[in-house]
Design a protein around this ligand. Structure first.
Ligand code: ZN
Ligand code: ZN
Length: 114
């Protein structure tokens, strides 16, 4: 583990999953890449863009982008850890529902999650 890869100055890429926002998708929870700031959806979400971002870039550290959560996850070691303070905002808007975002979650979402 080399926490030097973490960039505490990188702001989050947005308020929602970058790829889902680009394609009209939806998510359950959000993860923030601690290396570049990319915001992606969690493994429970249909598209699992946070893990996909790790596979495509090798950026191994993410932090929860959910309100009140500050845990980090190391995809390579498969363990959580305590990391440094990151650039604001610390989480998605608290008004955003779970799953979210509002208006894009289908009625049968429970059958579509992992
Ligand atoms: Zn996504
Ligand atoms: Zn990244």
């Amino acid at each position: 583990m080399s926490l030097d890869e973490i960039d505490p100055t990188a702001p989050p890429s947005g308020e929602g999953c970058a790829e889902c926002d680009a394609h009209g998708g939806w998510w359950v929870h959000l993860r923030r890449c601690a290396v570049c700031g990319h915001v992606g959806c969690c493994d429970t979400s249909p598209a699992q863009h946070a893990t996909l971002h790790f596979r495509e870039t090798g950026h191994r550290y993410v932090r929860s982008f959910e309100p009140g959560e500050d845990w980090f996850w190391d995809y390579v070691a498969q363990e959580d850890f305590s990391g440094p303070a990151l650039a604001p905002p610390q989480c998605r808007p608290e008004t955003q529902p779970v799953p979210g975002p509002a208006g894009r979650v289908p009625a049968d979402w429970r059958e579509l999650i992992h």
